[in-house]
Design a protein around this ligand. Structure first.
Ligand SMILES: Cc1cc2nc3c(=O)[nH]c(=O)nc-3n(C[C@H](O)[C@H](O)[C@H](O)COP(=O)(O)O)c2cc1C
Length: 322
């Protein structure tokens, strides 16, 4: 396989720092994106809690949401101060809450404003700034609409676009429906790369197999994987191995052992066990013992004073060969 970028998508409530630490053990090279952090939250909130991460998580990108260039610049500078390798602007999220703040996918209709945010964010710090967007919104589902957006933002200096290859319907579909109902259109993204060979174009949406990744990389510079990486995290290890056969496939149970020192440290600072283990439920997905693994953790990790023994007991329920 050609050596190109692959990444794990920003996913609210999913790709928090514990999840990213776990994914990093499965994938030494994937770029990991944070959940979306709003510029307003960073302005008002506890920055250590919002932006803090473990050095093992590199390479890591902070995804920011907002449309006020001043606030976005401040948020980008704060993220850069924490050492993020890339800052990403969310122009793809369709939720109502996000629309009322005028950010997310509705900004596809305002490319000049995104360009202004980009310039301010670039000027405020030195990490590269990328944009994650959709192929269109509502009835704006044409190559011309996508091109106008990309033209305007690229003219401001943006070199990397991650494209979720379906439109967002801003009225009437929930965020979840917006990730399944509008059809995928990879060809639109491949055409974009042909039109803008100088830009880094990353394809996102519906990727579930290494064969799909290989096909996509014939046309674009990278792939971003969301739900499959979360629900079947071992897929990340399989991808690494396909990219670079020298990276041997790890044993799933060794990944659990590798998590233990991190978990012990987190428990010691008062983090409840289940905040970490909830991201590990899919580790044995599709293998014998998967259900027992999930069940033991789900039933026990939330108990007061639960510790790493819960994971050891859960492993006992999984056949050695899994
Ligand atoms: C639970 C969940 C939360 C998400 N949160 C975000 C987010 O914060 N920012 C964003 O740009 N996309 C978000 N997305 C969309 C994903 O980044 C990705 O674009 C989408 O899931 C399509 O990729 P996939 O088919 O590989 O999952 C979220 C998706 C899921 C499933």
């Amino acid at each position: 396989m050609k050596h190109k970028e692959f990444s794990v998508a920003p996913m609210m409530d999913w790709t928090d720092r514990h999840c990213r630490y776990f994914m990093r053990l499965l994938s030494p090279s994937a770029m990991l994106y944070t959940e979306m952090l709003t510029a307003a939250a960073i302005h008002h909130g506890d920055r250590d809690r919002l932006l803090g991460f473990d050095a093992a998580e590199h390479p890591i990108a902070a995804q920011l949401g907002g449309s006020d260039p001043g606030l976005m610049a401040e948020a980008a500078r704060a993220a850069a101060g924490f050492g993020y390798d890339e800052i990403n602007i969310n122009v793809g999220c369709p939720s109502d809450r996000v629309q009322s703040g005028r950010f997310g996918a509705c900004l596809m209709a305002e490319p000049e404003l995104v360009a202004e945010c980009f310039r301010a964010m670039r000027a405020s710090q030195s990490a590269p700034v990328s944009v994650k967007t959709r192929i269109g919104i509502d009835d704006q589902d044409s190559e011309a609409f996508l091109r106008r957006f990309v033209d305007t933002v690229a003219a401001a200096g943006c070199r990397k676009f991650v494209i979720h290859a379906r439109i967002a319907i801003l009225d009437g579909l929930s965020p979840k429906e917006n990730r399944t109902i509008p059809p995928l259109n990879y060809e639109r993204v491949f055409a974009l790369k042909r039109d803008y060979p100088q830009l880094t174009i990353v394809l996102n949406g519906g990727i579930e197999t290494t064969a799909q990744v290989e096909d996509a990389l014939e046309h674009v510079d990278g792939v971003m994987i969301g739900r499959q990486a979360y629900q079947h995290p071992y897929f990340l290890a399989e991808l690494e191995n396909r990219f670079d056969p020298a990276r041997r496939l790890p044993r799933r149970r060794d990944i659990v052992f590798d998590m233990l020192p991190y978990i012990e440290n987190q428990l010691a600072v008062g983090e409840p066990l289940n905040r970490i283990t909830r991201h590990m439920l899919g580790l044995f997905a599709g293998r014998p013992g998967a259900r027992a693994w999930r069940r033991h953790i789900s039933e026990n990790a939330h108990r007061r004073n639960a510790g790493v023994e819960v994971l050891m007991e859960a492993l006992d329920a999984v056949p050695m060969a899994a």
